[in-house]
Design a protein around this ligand. Structure first.
Ligand code: 16G
Ligand code: MG
Length: 545
């Protein structure tokens, strides 16, 4: 077939290092950028096949998110803007690992299994982050698309959520919005201004936000957005990429893991600040109190703020829609307790990874999902959106219901429902704080986090750890869960779990307890148990200092 001759010819220009084996993990392929050229070419091929199969546009995003500048990665985006279906993650791994001379056979196998008609048109949307390697790696994706006769549209530098948004807009014929960066800013800023315009007495301090752009794509995009906000939100951008290194001593991952302010951020007491990650699909907030202590408001605090706001609006609107919060095992125990017992909201726990939370959130009228690391959004079912729309157009309702329906309607428009989006989440949080007249301290005091600690353990084969119950318990190796149970019981409010990382060759340990000392001790003791029972390599973990 002539098409496959082109694939063979072009593939010779994107050769695979012999013997290299990579896996499409939780967030696609991610490794050192110099190992990825052939992977990008092949993901161009696969996205083209996926487009033929679904008869829709497929997205390809070149980014390694919060990883260091030297790394890169790629993920595929399905037609409605969601993560690619899991069977296709398997094909991605097979294609990436095929040696040069078996690539065409591997492609033919996918075509046959999925009964793909090669006459069908194919179209791929491409985006990339600001890494220096992203330009040439994007070119490799485009080569793959054209080698299989697909069309492509290159959006250049965009955030990951912007690419997801474009894919969804185009595949819904513009019903979700206009598939341009301009259209994205217009939709979000319009909704933000509608939400905040009737809030009286907003001071300059309330309109001001410090943003750490992680020296990445989010920094560029937030600058572009600002002029659409008509001074309703004034952003002071640090780590804007002009001099600092991507994700180095800054960004959402750094702030969350180190529990401290990023480089370059000088906060006045009580000043609201937030950090994006390297591809702007995660956000965390923080501030310093008058005594100088640092306070982090992570994904759990964000989920609580947003779900409380939505629940109250539903009550005011008189809408009987079911709202739920989806979390992972990393959610702070205090947040789960507050949501379930004080707010009386349904809470569901899933495995780590956006696709699991996203999927679970689709089961409810309104599903608010956030990982503690700041990755999340809100999903509204079609029925929920319809009911909100109908109510907002009903002339026979009282002012309170009218106002609530108006706010709900614009909140739907402000949220990027395709995936967690730092820019959209930031605008939503700013709008909610404005509408509720809340300071960041008041938001923070909704509940108090339990002290916690995360550690990593190196083992020979992390697959020996098998988890169940949304990763909250282990089935193997034998005896590990019993050990964790008895260690956790020693400490007030003690809870711990372990899971193999989906992005690094390590086992992750999480522990929380009534005080920091106990959380640290519990995390250490559990790490030691993992090292001893699950084939630890290198030195045993050391007790906390
Ligand atoms: C990826 C996931 C993120 C998850 C993290 C866990 C996506 C887009 N990203 O970054 O949701 O929290 O992996 O990493 O799904 P870990 O498995 O190494 O702990
Ligand atoms: Mg990211």
């Amino acid at each position: 077939m002539a098409q496959f001759e082109e694939v063979s010819r072009k593939s010779a220009l994107h050769t695979k290092p012999e013997g290299l084996v990579l896996q499409y993990g939780t967030a696609g392929f991610r490794t050192s950028a110099r190992l990825l050229d052939h992977v990008m070419f092949r993901m161009g091929l696969l996205a083209t096949l996926r487009s033929r199969k679904t008869r829709a546009i497929i997205g390809v995003m070149v980014t390694a998110s919060h990883n260091p500048e030297e790394d890169n990665g790629v993920k595929l985006v399905d037609p409605m803007g969601e993560m690619v279906a899991s069977a296709w993650e398997g094909y991605a791994t097979v294609l990436a690992n095929a040696e040069q001379d078996t690539l065409v056979a591997a492609l033919e196998d996918v075509i046959e299994r999925e009964a793909i008609s090669m006459d069908q048109q194919a179209s791929v949307f491409l985006g990339r982050d600001t890494r220096s390697s992203s330009d040439s790696l994007s070119q490799a994706v485009l080569d793959g698309v054209s080698a299989l006769g697909g069309q492509s549209r290159d959006y250049g530098k965009v955030t990951t959520p912007q690419l997801h948004y474009m894919v969804c807009c185009q595949n819904t014929q513009g019903r979700y919005g206009d598939a341009t960066v301009e259209g994205y800013y217009q939709k979000l800023s319009r909704a933000f201004i509608q939400l905040t315009k009737n809030v009286s007495n907003r001071t300059d301090d309330q309109k001001h936000l410090l943003v750490d752009g992680a020296n990445g794509i989010g920094a560029l995009k937030v600058c572009e957005l600002e002029r659409y906000l008509q001074q309703e939100l004034k952003l002071s951008l640090v780590n804007d990429g002009s001099s600092g290194k991507l994700n180095h001593l800054c960004g959402a991952d750094y702030v969350k893991m180190q529990q401290k302010a990023p480089a370059g951020v000088e906060m006045r007491a009580g000043e609201r600040s937030c950090s994006f990650d390297g591809d702007a699909d995660r956000i965390v907030y923080y501030y310093r109190d008058s005594a100088g202590s640092f306070h982090l408001l992570d994904g759990d605090k964000i989920a609580t703020l947003i779900s409380t706001y939505l629940k109250d609006l539903l009550t005011q609107a008189g809408l009987d829609l079911q709202i739920a919060v989806v979390q992972t095992a990393y959610a702070n125990g205090s947040s789960t307790d507050y949501l379930e017992n004080t707010m009386k909201v349904k809470v569901k726990c899933t495995k780590t990874g956006v696709k699991h939370l996203h999927h679970a959130a689709q089961e409810f009228h309104i599903g608010v999902y956030f990982e503690a690391n700041g990755h999340g959004t809100v999903l509204f079912s079609a029925a929920a959106e319809d009911r909100i729309l109908q109510l907002s157009q009903d002339p026979n309702i009282n002012d309170e219901r009218k106002r609530a329906a108006f706010l709900l309607q614009n909140t739907v428009d402000l949220i990027n429902q395709t995936v967690g989006d730092a820019i959209s989440d930031m605008l939503l949080i700013e709008a909610v704080l404005a509408i509720r007249g809340m300071t960041i301290q008041q938001w923070d005091s909704i509940y108090t986090d339990l002290p916690n600690r995360q550690l990593k353990v190196k083992v020979a084969e992390r697959g020996v750890i098998v988890t169940t119950d949304a990763e909250r318990r282990t089935l193997s190796p034998a005896g590990l869960q019993e050990t964790i149970d008895s260690l956790a019981r020693k400490y007030g409010q003690g809870r711990a779990f372990v899971r193999p990382s989906g992005t690094e060759d390590i086992v992750r340990v999480y522990a929380e307890a009534a005080n920091q000392e106990s959380a640290d001790a519990l995390a250490y003791e559990v790490s030691l148990a993992v090292h001893r029972l699950a084939g630890g390599v290198g030195e045993e973990p050391k007790p906390p200092q």
